[in-house]
Design a protein around this ligand. Structure first.
Ligand code: SF4
Length: 605
């Protein structure tokens, strides 16, 4: 592997960090390797926004090699809203550029005295003043940095005003609207006075056995391009899933209280394609191109929203105005805020307003009427600026609800807002949300795909009815292990690459001789390592739970009356995982079996 560049923003000192060979083999790259590297720095006492909090930008062993959906990287640290392990996967072109500059990661610590940005040109690092960029939105700041470094082909990742003001769900953006959205890594960057990182590289990206890798890469991209799911993603985007999710009763509406949304056709991926879509966009080397480029009345081209943004600012707030959703997504992008958490937290405010828990006195005079686009936009602006009620909302739904002494009303797990795949429609998501290492996450295991019927025989992931419960727990665990491997390679979960091909690519890229079982074992190791980090930071069995709203059956729709039995599912899950059912920790035996001896000592003495 190439080294990781360690940068202390306080002193300006840099150091090339070499990853121990054993860790490379055990964890491969991406998020799992980042977890191993950061293991000893992520303590319970660490304030995620303190200068000493680490922030690791990590690539994977195939990043930039034009393998299937491998133009990605991941940003890791301690989540400011969750206090737990945080990772946020992002596409675009920045990760490949970093590898071409000769580094597989950037490990940032310390806090600069004043706003700065970093300019890494090959192995030459410059620290530049960013006072004039502070306050600029994510698009303007990217362009300005590119102009200043004088390299058109430089890639820039950046925070917006929300990151600067440490909104706890602030994101990091690169290229045209690609986001490390979840877990608030933008706030960590802001707390370090770090506005942007520009990179430019001209090296050949290393691959262990290129002669073997190149034909496999071509073949897997060819298959992926012909894959039906990939075609749907290209044609109508991720929002193509909206109609089916609504039909199943797996698409929550009106802040998770309704299981149906009759105007779903107005906000669907097909509607976007038919009315405002003008082009598609892709991350580096991706043959799927799920990204949307749309035009509204002003004729300016802009990013079109994906499934989560459409659901969050659409049905979640009873809004069926697609163009307004485009604008709200763009507003979040410009501030640099995660659209899932923003829309969820705004939804909570509407919900509490309706219940009379908050009134106009709390909302700066704004009447929160479901579907009122103007009210939604005003709240988003207040959050991005941390003004008025926006300052409270900027702390996320858990803290917002706690402030009004109704914590149980917030639809979040461990401080991360729930995404828009409802476990009452696809029950596997109950375990995905309750046990994810970063809070209520749909990406650590997008099990809704399996509940829709997408199985992987060679992984031992089979189909259970979408409303089956404890019997699918072991299946969910295997799916999590597999997706942990995606987050190590840093692949996109939209790549429907067969596991047989995936393992061949890994072997050629890394010089390994793995089987599918080895791949799953490495995924399991990464999953247990992240659990051990969280256990050390205070997470226990009591943290594995679902919010009240998700346990109340929908009154209508395709899943009316169904209630996830989360306790029964968790019981079977701990069994399948080899975790201690009382404490929620991986057992000593399990940790030793996975070669996590240090973690076994730390958790069990
Ligand atoms: S499928 Fe979409 S998000 Fe995934 S790598 Fe391709 S363009 Fe990027």
């Amino acid at each position: 592997m190439q080294p990781i560049l360690k940068i202390d923003l306080a002193s300006g000192k840099t150091e090339e960090y070499r990853i121990p060979e054993k860790w490379e083999k055990d964890f491969l790259g991406g998020a799992s390797l980042a977890a191993r590297i950061l293991y000893s720095s992520l303590t319970r006492e660490l304030d995620p926004l303190a200068p000493q909090a680490p922030l690791l930008f990590m690539t994977g062993p195939m990043t930039g090699t034009s393998g299937p959906t491998t133009g990605r990287f991941v940003v890791c640290g301690k989540g400011p809203a969750t206090g737990l392990w945080a990772e946020s996967n992002i596409g675009g072109f920045w990760g490949p550029e970093l590898r071409a500059a000769g580094y597989d990661g950037l490990w940032i610590t310390g806090k600069a005295e004043e706003p700065i940005y970093l300019w890494l040109n090959g192995n030459k690092l410059e620290v530049r003043n960013a006072a004039h960029l502070w306050g600029q939105n994510t698009y303007a700041a990217q362009e300005r940095v590119k102009e200043e470094v004088g390299e058109k082909s430089a890639r820039v990742c950046v925070i917006g005003p929300a990151g600067e003001k440490q909104v706890l769900f602030a994101s990091i953006m690169c290229d045209h609207g690609r986001m490390a959205g979840r877990t608030g890594m933008g706030a960590v960057m802001g707390a370090k006075n770090l506005k942007a990182i520009a990179v430019r590289g001209a090296n050949q990206i290393p691959v262990f056995d290129l002669a073997k890798y190149a034909p496999l890469r071509s073949e897997s991209n060819r298959i992926l391009k012909q894959d039906n799911e990939a075609k749907v993603l290209r044609e109508i985007g991720t929002a193509g899933a909206a109609n089916y999710a609504e039909y199943l009763g797996a698409m929550p509406a009106k802040y998770y209280s309704r299981g149906a949304f009759e105007n779903v056709d107005n906000i669907s991926g097909a509607k976007m394609t038919e009315t405002i879509l003008v082009a598609r966009s892709a991350c580096q080397g991706c043959v799927i191109a799920c990204g949307r480029v749309v035009k509204l009345g002003d004729k300016a081209k802009r990013k079109g929203p994906e499934y989560e943004t459409i659901l969050g600012f659409g049905p979640n707030l009873l809004n069926d105005n697609l163009e307004a959703i485009v604008d709200l997504g763009e507003l979040c992008d410009r501030y640099g805020m995660d659209t899932i958490s923003t829309a969820n937290t705004v939804g909570l405010a509407f919900h509490l307003f309706e219940k009379g828990v908050i009134t106009e006195k709390d909302t700066d005079g704004i009447i929160l009427k479901w579907g009122d686009v103007d009210a939604i936009e005003r709240l988003v602006n207040l959050i991005g600026r941390r003004k008025g009620i926006g300052d409270l909302l900027a702390q996320g739904s858990r803290r917002f609800a706690a402030h009004f002494k109704v914590e149980e009303e917030a639809v979040q797990v461990n401080g991360l807002e729930v995404a828009y795949h409802d476990p009452r429609g696809v029950s596997g998501m109950a375990l995905s949300y309750a046990t994810s290492p970063r809070g209520a996450c749909h990406n650590q295991s997008d099990y809704f795909f399996v509940d829709w019927g997408h199985t992987h025989e060679s992984l031992g992931i089979t189909y259970f009815d979408r409303h089956a419960q404890a019997e699918k727990a072991a299946n969910v665990a295997r799916h999590q292990d597999w997706r942990t491997m995606f987050n190590s390679i840093v692949m996109c979960i939209f790549a429907n690459t067969e596991p047989e091909m995936q393992v061949k690519l890994i072997n050629a890229a890394c010089g390994l001789d793995w089987t599918i079982e080895d791949m799953l074992k490495a995924g399991e190791r990464g999953w247990n390592l992240k659990r051990a980090i969280n256990n050390r930071m205070g997470l226990s069995r009591a943290n594995d739970k679902l919010p009240k709203a998700l346990l109340e059956p929908f009154p209508e729709g395709g899943s009316a009356g169904f209630e996830p039995d989360i306790q029964g599912m968790l019981h079977a899950y701990y069994d399948a995982r080899g975790w201690d059912a009382e404490t929620g920790k991986p057992s000593r035996k399990k940790l030793l079996e996975l070669g996590l001896d240090e973690m076994a000592r730390d958790l069990w003495g």
